[in-house]
Write a protein that binds this ligand. Sequence first.
Ligand SMILES: [Zn+2]
Length: 450
Amino acid sequence: MISRSRFNCKRLADYKSERPIMSKKITAGLALLTLLCLCSGSFLPLGHAQTGAAGTAQNAAIVSTTAAVLKETSELRELPILKSVKSGAQSRAEIERMIIRNLDDETTPAEMHAAEMTLKAFGLAPQDFAYRPFLVKLLTEQVAGYYDPKAQEFYLADWIELEGQKPVMAHELTHALQDQHFNLKRFENWPKGDSDAELAAHALIEGDATLAMTLYMAKYPLVALAFIRSLGSQELATEQFKQAPRALRESLLFPYEEGSAWATQLYKRGGWEMVSRAFTKLPQSSEQILHADKYFAYEAPQKITLPEFKTILGPSWKRIDYDVNGEWGCYLVLDQYLNDAIESKRASAGWGGDRFALYETSKPGEVFIAQLTSWDTANDAKEFFDAYAKRTVKRYADAKEAKNTGERIEWQTSSGSVELELRGSRVAILEGVPAATNANTLLSAIWQQR
Ligand SMILES: [Zn+2]
């Protein structure tokens, strides 16, 4: 459900020391090949446009290979096959049509606009960045196969050679088995306002399927070799992916990379049974994915609310986003400017909960963001406060410090003032405060929320 992915997903690789048997290249390749595997749901059942003898033969080969890999995957993943899985090949044109239909069905123009403005407001994408056309190009470039929970069908792109694709099929067919046992449709249309919990659920779904694929390759080394050869030879199209803003790129990889590291820890602790149980006891935050011990302890994130600022800002302002960044989101917001993974990681650890609200006016580029973050301890809050102060100076090249009491800092910038305030284990942040608005009034409104 990439269409709805906000930047509040994020980050990859060197963040963790342990990863499954797979090399990073394979993990990344897999992510690229399967980005769309869960996207779906809202597109109509697609006709199989394969015509002629070659298409028929290819479809027959896909059908028989699907049956064989489904059986192997079912045994490996310890989930019985409840029904066979329909499969077929689709052309690039069919898949492109599906992507566009899916994007338009799942995401309203207002939601797409909000996602784009959020990326820009946090300084995670350039001002001229156009989200929707970029997503269409990116997804079209990356897709190679997908499982559609609505049609309960598995599709493989017809331009990719079949033999080397068995690991991808094992990944996609794990989704089919997940769907038969745990119902994947319930993850579509996730309630708005907590993208961090949605990201955690995707990390479970993708992490499970990626771990199953990893173990599949370990069990069938010749298949793994063919897969690796196919990765090397098919010139993975990665132009759009490489050009993606870092936060977007890393948010796309998070469910595969962090998700598989997390699923591996569950698997080591309690086998597939524990991974399966996670579909009932869902991970609740990116924090629980990044630190599996927090999932095992199942410490629920704090629910944070923010007031409606329109009454203070004035009638020309409109709230267009209201969401949770999570530990991962906080990490990326910091590291986009700090460029110091260790420091950003330390500052975003100890996350307890957060909420941000984004407002805009009809004047292009005029935005206001408010955030309230909560931390496990006063010390965690102070670390985040200090790191955010450092980030602010880098984010706004013309920032001039107007006030600094140690616990409250104000900067004047050409994009409005920035306010940062630490109170106990909480940090409030305002960015883009209009000159006509009293920052104290805004901050008081935030602190009155409990
Ligand atoms: Zn997948």
